[in-house]
Write a protein that binds this ligand. Sequence first.
Ligand SMILES: C[C@@]1(CC(=O)O)C2=NC(=C\c3[nH]c(c(CCC(=O)O)c3CC(=O)O)Cc3[nH]c(c(CC(=O)O)c3CCC(=O)O)/C=C3\N/C(=C\2)[C@@H](CCC(=O)O)[C@]3(C)CC(=O)O)/[C@H]1CCC(=O)O
Ligand SMILES: NC(=O)c1ccc[n+]([C@@H]2O[C@H](COP(=O)([O-])OP(=O)(O)OC[C@H]3O[C@@H](n4cnc5c(N)ncnc54)[C@H](O)[C@@H]3O)[C@@H](O)[C@H]2O)c1
Length: 205
Amino acid sequence: MAYFPFFIDIKNKKCIIYGGGKVAYRKIEALLDFEADITVIAPVVSEEIAALEGRIHINIGEYGEKELEDAFFVIAATNNSAINEMIAKNCRDRKILVNVVDELSKCDFLFPAYIKKGSISIGVTTSGQSPVMAGHIRKTISDNLPDTYEALVETLGGYREYVKNNVSSESERADIMKELARLGLNNNGKLNGLDVQNVISKYMK
Ligand SMILES: C[C@@]1(CC(=O)O)C2=NC(=C\c3[nH]c(c(CCC(=O)O)c3CC(=O)O)Cc3[nH]c(c(CC(=O)O)c3CCC(=O)O)/C=C3\N/C(=C\2)[C@@H](CCC(=O)O)[C@]3(C)CC(=O)O)/[C@H]1CCC(=O)O
Ligand SMILES: NC(=O)c1ccc[n+]([C@@H]2O[C@H](COP(=O)([O-])OP(=O)(O)OC[C@H]3O[C@@H](n4cnc5c(N)ncnc54)[C@H](O)[C@@H]3O)[C@@H](O)[C@H]2O)c1
Protein backbone atom coordinates (compact mmCIF):
# COMPACT_ATOMS: atom_id res chain seq x y z
CA MET A 1 0.00 0.00 0.00
CA ALA A 2 1.31 3.43 -0.92
CA TYR A 3 1.49 6.32 1.57
CA PHE A 4 -0.09 9.70 0.83
CA PRO A 5 2.44 12.60 0.61
CA PHE A 6 1.06 15.35 2.85
CA PHE A 7 3.33 18.41 2.97
CA ILE A 8 3.45 19.91 6.44
CA ASP A 9 4.66 23.24 7.81
CA ILE A 10 6.98 22.23 10.67
CA LYS A 11 8.70 25.58 11.20
CA ASN A 12 9.03 26.20 14.97
CA LYS A 13 6.86 23.14 15.69
CA LYS A 14 8.02 21.12 18.65
CA CYS A 15 9.62 17.82 17.73
CA ILE A 16 11.05 15.35 20.24
CA ILE A 17 13.63 12.80 19.15
CA TYR A 18 14.48 9.96 21.49
CA GLY A 19 17.94 8.58 20.71
CA GLY A 20 21.11 10.40 19.76
CA GLY A 21 22.90 8.10 17.31
CA LYS A 22 23.46 7.89 13.56
CA VAL A 23 19.83 7.60 12.54
CA ALA A 24 18.71 10.38 14.89
CA TYR A 25 21.37 12.62 13.35
CA ARG A 26 20.06 12.01 9.82
CA LYS A 27 16.54 12.87 10.95
CA ILE A 28 17.77 16.02 12.73
CA GLU A 29 19.62 17.25 9.63
CA ALA A 30 16.42 16.92 7.59
CA LEU A 31 14.22 18.60 10.20
CA LEU A 32 16.69 21.48 10.66
CA ASP A 33 16.44 22.12 6.93
CA PHE A 34 12.76 22.88 7.59
CA GLU A 35 13.37 24.83 10.83
CA ALA A 36 11.62 22.57 13.33
CA ASP A 37 12.11 23.20 17.07
CA ILE A 38 14.03 20.03 17.97
CA THR A 39 14.70 18.43 21.34
CA VAL A 40 16.89 15.33 21.49
CA ILE A 41 16.62 13.11 24.54
CA ALA A 42 19.17 10.33 25.02
CA PRO A 43 21.60 9.07 27.69
CA VAL A 44 24.46 9.53 25.21
CA VAL A 45 24.52 11.63 22.02
CA SER A 46 27.01 11.37 19.16
CA GLU A 47 29.65 14.06 18.63
CA GLU A 48 27.83 15.24 15.48
CA ILE A 49 24.64 15.81 17.49
CA ALA A 50 26.49 17.42 20.42
CA ALA A 51 27.97 19.89 17.91
CA LEU A 52 24.44 21.10 17.07
CA GLU A 53 23.89 22.49 20.61
CA GLY A 54 22.42 25.97 20.19
CA ARG A 55 20.47 24.98 17.08
CA ILE A 56 18.67 22.15 18.91
CA HIS A 57 17.93 21.37 22.56
CA ILE A 58 19.79 18.41 24.01
CA ASN A 59 18.54 16.70 27.18
CA ILE A 60 20.80 14.00 28.49
CA GLY A 61 18.54 11.31 29.96
CA GLU A 62 16.41 8.28 29.20
CA TYR A 63 12.96 8.16 27.65
CA GLY A 64 10.27 9.57 29.93
CA GLU A 65 6.62 10.20 29.10
CA LYS A 66 6.30 13.70 30.47
CA GLU A 67 8.29 15.45 27.74
CA LEU A 68 5.79 14.11 25.19
CA GLU A 69 2.94 16.26 26.39
CA ASP A 70 3.36 19.29 24.13
CA ALA A 71 5.10 17.63 21.17
CA PHE A 72 3.72 18.19 17.66
CA PHE A 73 5.41 14.98 16.53
CA VAL A 74 7.87 12.47 17.95
CA ILE A 75 10.64 10.27 16.58
CA ALA A 76 11.56 7.06 18.34
CA ALA A 77 15.17 6.59 17.23
CA THR A 78 16.74 4.63 20.06
CA ASN A 79 18.55 1.34 19.41
CA ASN A 80 16.21 -0.39 21.87
CA SER A 81 13.17 -1.79 20.06
CA ALA A 82 11.18 -2.29 23.27
CA ILE A 83 11.68 1.38 24.19
CA ASN A 84 10.79 2.49 20.65
CA GLU A 85 7.62 0.42 20.86
CA MET A 86 6.70 1.95 24.22
CA ILE A 87 7.25 5.47 22.81
CA ALA A 88 4.95 4.60 19.88
CA LYS A 89 2.21 3.36 22.21
CA ASN A 90 2.45 6.38 24.51
CA CYS A 91 2.28 8.74 21.53
CA ARG A 92 -0.67 6.92 20.04
CA ASP A 93 -2.54 7.11 23.38
CA ARG A 94 -2.04 10.89 23.25
CA LYS A 95 -2.79 11.18 19.52
CA ILE A 96 0.71 12.52 18.83
CA LEU A 97 2.14 11.56 15.43
CA VAL A 98 5.12 9.26 15.78
CA ASN A 99 7.87 7.93 13.51
CA VAL A 100 9.56 4.74 14.72
CA VAL A 101 12.87 4.21 12.96
CA ASP A 102 13.06 0.44 13.39
CA GLU A 103 9.44 -0.56 12.74
CA LEU A 104 7.49 0.53 9.68
CA SER A 105 4.17 -0.77 11.01
CA LYS A 106 4.40 1.57 14.04
CA CYS A 107 5.05 4.74 11.99
CA ASP A 108 2.23 7.29 11.58
CA PHE A 109 4.42 9.10 9.02
CA LEU A 110 7.62 8.32 7.14
CA PHE A 111 10.67 10.39 6.30
CA PRO A 112 11.04 10.86 2.56
CA ALA A 113 14.17 11.09 0.49
CA TYR A 114 13.78 14.77 -0.35
CA ILE A 115 14.97 17.66 -2.48
CA LYS A 116 14.54 21.23 -1.23
CA LYS A 117 15.14 24.16 -3.54
CA GLY A 118 13.64 27.38 -2.18
CA SER A 119 9.89 26.82 -2.03
CA ILE A 120 10.13 23.62 -4.05
CA SER A 121 9.97 20.55 -1.86
CA ILE A 122 10.02 17.10 -3.45
CA GLY A 123 9.62 14.01 -1.30
CA VAL A 124 9.97 10.41 -2.39
CA THR A 125 8.69 7.42 -0.49
CA THR A 126 8.61 3.73 -1.29
CA SER A 127 6.19 3.29 1.62
CA GLY A 128 8.96 1.56 3.54
CA GLN A 129 9.75 -1.06 0.88
CA SER A 130 13.16 0.21 -0.20
CA PRO A 131 14.79 3.29 1.37
CA VAL A 132 17.74 2.74 -0.98
CA MET A 133 15.44 3.07 -4.01
CA ALA A 134 13.84 6.18 -2.45
CA GLY A 135 17.35 7.68 -2.38
CA HIS A 136 18.04 6.58 -5.94
CA ILE A 137 14.78 8.10 -7.21
CA ARG A 138 15.60 11.33 -5.35
CA LYS A 139 18.95 11.51 -7.14
CA THR A 140 17.39 10.76 -10.55
CA ILE A 141 14.87 13.58 -10.09
CA SER A 142 17.48 15.96 -8.70
CA ASP A 143 19.83 15.35 -11.64
CA ASN A 144 17.01 16.23 -14.04
CA LEU A 145 15.53 19.23 -12.23
CA PRO A 146 16.43 22.46 -14.08
CA ASP A 147 18.19 25.05 -11.90
CA THR A 148 15.87 27.75 -13.27
CA TYR A 149 12.71 26.35 -11.64
CA GLU A 150 13.45 27.66 -8.16
CA ALA A 151 13.55 31.31 -9.23
CA LEU A 152 10.56 30.92 -11.57
CA VAL A 153 8.44 29.52 -8.75
CA GLU A 154 9.32 32.52 -6.55
CA THR A 155 8.55 34.95 -9.40
CA LEU A 156 5.18 33.36 -10.18
CA GLY A 157 4.38 33.30 -6.45
CA GLY A 158 5.02 37.04 -6.39
CA TYR A 159 2.34 37.69 -9.03
CA ARG A 160 -0.40 35.46 -7.63
CA GLU A 161 -1.79 37.91 -5.08
CA TYR A 162 -1.89 40.68 -7.69
CA VAL A 163 -3.72 38.43 -10.17
CA LYS A 164 -6.15 37.28 -7.45
CA ASN A 165 -6.95 40.86 -6.53
CA ASN A 166 -7.35 42.14 -10.10
CA VAL A 167 -8.96 39.36 -12.13
CA SER A 168 -12.37 38.26 -10.91
CA SER A 169 -12.79 35.04 -12.90
CA GLU A 170 -11.15 31.96 -11.37
CA SER A 171 -10.69 30.25 -14.74
CA GLU A 172 -9.06 33.39 -16.18
CA ARG A 173 -6.72 33.57 -13.19
CA ALA A 174 -5.69 29.98 -13.91
CA ASP A 175 -5.16 30.81 -17.62
CA ILE A 176 -2.97 33.79 -16.69
CA MET A 177 -0.83 31.79 -14.30
CA LYS A 178 -0.42 29.02 -16.90
CA GLU A 179 0.57 31.52 -19.57
CA LEU A 180 3.07 33.23 -17.26
CA ALA A 181 4.57 29.85 -16.33
CA ARG A 182 4.88 28.95 -20.03
CA LEU A 183 6.58 32.28 -20.78
CA GLY A 184 9.05 31.75 -17.94
CA LEU A 185 9.75 28.16 -18.94
CA ASN A 186 10.50 29.29 -22.50
CA ASN A 187 12.81 32.04 -21.25
CA ASN A 188 15.25 30.28 -18.90
CA GLY A 189 13.03 30.78 -15.87
CA LYS A 190 12.89 34.57 -16.32
CA LEU A 191 9.82 36.76 -16.74
CA ASN A 192 10.09 40.40 -17.69
CA GLY A 193 7.64 42.91 -16.25
CA LEU A 194 6.38 44.06 -19.65
CA ASP A 195 5.44 40.55 -20.81
CA VAL A 196 3.69 39.98 -17.49
CA GLN A 197 1.71 43.21 -17.80
CA ASN A 198 0.69 42.29 -21.37
CA VAL A 199 -0.62 38.90 -20.27
CA ILE A 200 -2.49 40.25 -17.26
CA SER A 201 -4.00 43.25 -19.05
CA LYS A 202 -5.50 40.97 -21.71
CA TYR A 203 -7.79 39.63 -19.01
CA MET A 204 -8.34 42.72 -16.83
CA LYS A 205 -11.75 44.26 -17.38
C1 LIG B 1 14.44 7.94 2.86
C2 LIG B 1 15.24 7.88 4.15
C3 LIG B 1 15.03 9.25 4.83
C4 LIG B 1 15.67 9.40 6.21
O1 LIG B 1 16.16 8.47 6.85
O2 LIG B 1 15.62 10.56 6.67
C5 LIG B 1 14.75 6.70 4.95
N1 LIG B 1 15.71 5.78 5.10
C6 LIG B 1 16.85 6.16 4.46
C7 LIG B 1 18.00 5.37 4.30
C8 LIG B 1 18.18 4.02 4.78
N2 LIG B 1 17.47 3.42 5.76
C9 LIG B 1 17.96 2.13 5.93
C10 LIG B 1 19.01 1.91 5.02
C11 LIG B 1 19.81 0.60 4.87
C12 LIG B 1 19.26 -0.24 3.72
C13 LIG B 1 17.92 -0.91 3.98
O3 LIG B 1 17.64 -1.33 5.11
O4 LIG B 1 17.13 -1.03 3.01
C14 LIG B 1 19.14 3.11 4.28
C15 LIG B 1 20.11 3.39 3.16
C16 LIG B 1 21.39 3.98 3.66
O5 LIG B 1 21.75 3.84 4.87
O6 LIG B 1 22.12 4.51 2.81
C17 LIG B 1 17.54 1.15 6.94
C18 LIG B 1 16.17 1.19 7.52
N3 LIG B 1 15.20 2.09 7.24
C19 LIG B 1 14.07 1.76 7.95
C20 LIG B 1 14.35 0.63 8.76
C21 LIG B 1 13.34 -0.05 9.68
C22 LIG B 1 12.32 -0.84 8.93
O7 LIG B 1 12.42 -1.10 7.71
O8 LIG B 1 11.37 -1.28 9.62
C23 LIG B 1 15.69 0.27 8.50
C24 LIG B 1 16.53 -0.82 9.14
C25 LIG B 1 16.42 -2.12 8.44
C26 LIG B 1 17.26 -3.16 9.15
O9 LIG B 1 17.12 -3.32 10.37
O10 LIG B 1 18.07 -3.80 8.48
C27 LIG B 1 12.84 2.47 7.89
C28 LIG B 1 12.56 3.65 7.22
N4 LIG B 1 13.45 4.40 6.53
C29 LIG B 1 12.80 5.45 5.95
C30 LIG B 1 13.42 6.55 5.36
C31 LIG B 1 11.33 5.27 6.04
C32 LIG B 1 10.82 4.64 4.74
C33 LIG B 1 11.19 5.44 3.50
C34 LIG B 1 10.73 4.77 2.25
O11 LIG B 1 11.13 3.66 1.93
O12 LIG B 1 9.92 5.37 1.59
C35 LIG B 1 11.20 4.29 7.22
C36 LIG B 1 10.08 3.25 7.10
C37 LIG B 1 10.90 5.02 8.53
C38 LIG B 1 11.69 6.33 8.68
O13 LIG B 1 12.88 6.25 9.02
O14 LIG B 1 11.08 7.38 8.47
C39 LIG B 1 16.76 7.56 3.95
C40 LIG B 1 17.30 7.75 2.51
C41 LIG B 1 17.57 9.24 2.30
C42 LIG B 1 18.09 9.60 0.99
O15 LIG B 1 18.83 8.87 0.34
O16 LIG B 1 17.76 10.75 0.59
N1 LIG C 1 14.80 4.43 9.75
C1 LIG C 1 16.01 4.40 9.26
O1 LIG C 1 16.28 5.12 8.30
C2 LIG C 1 17.04 3.46 9.85
C3 LIG C 1 18.26 3.25 9.19
C4 LIG C 1 19.19 2.41 9.78
C5 LIG C 1 18.91 1.82 11.01
N2 LIG C 1 17.73 2.03 11.64
C6 LIG C 1 17.41 1.52 13.00
O2 LIG C 1 17.52 2.65 13.88
C7 LIG C 1 17.89 2.29 15.21
C8 LIG C 1 18.95 3.25 15.75
O3 LIG C 1 20.12 3.14 14.99
P1 LIG C 1 21.42 4.06 15.23
O4 LIG C 1 22.43 3.62 14.23
O5 LIG C 1 21.04 5.50 15.33
O6 LIG C 1 21.86 3.56 16.70
P2 LIG C 1 23.00 4.16 17.64
O7 LIG C 1 23.51 3.02 18.44
O8 LIG C 1 23.95 4.99 16.84
O9 LIG C 1 22.20 5.17 18.61
C9 LIG C 1 21.24 4.75 19.52
C10 LIG C 1 20.88 5.90 20.44
O10 LIG C 1 19.76 5.53 21.25
C11 LIG C 1 20.00 6.01 22.57
N3 LIG C 1 19.16 5.31 23.58
C12 LIG C 1 19.25 4.05 24.01
N4 LIG C 1 18.31 3.79 24.96
C13 LIG C 1 17.60 4.95 25.11
C14 LIG C 1 16.50 5.35 25.93
N5 LIG C 1 15.93 4.52 26.81
N6 LIG C 1 16.00 6.62 25.81
C15 LIG C 1 16.57 7.49 24.94
N7 LIG C 1 17.61 7.16 24.14
C16 LIG C 1 18.13 5.93 24.23
C17 LIG C 1 21.49 5.80 22.75
O11 LIG C 1 22.02 6.56 23.85
C18 LIG C 1 22.01 6.31 21.40
O12 LIG C 1 22.11 7.72 21.43
C19 LIG C 1 18.38 0.84 15.08
O13 LIG C 1 17.36 0.06 15.70
C20 LIG C 1 18.42 0.55 13.59
O14 LIG C 1 17.97 -0.75 13.31
C21 LIG C 1 16.79 2.83 11.07
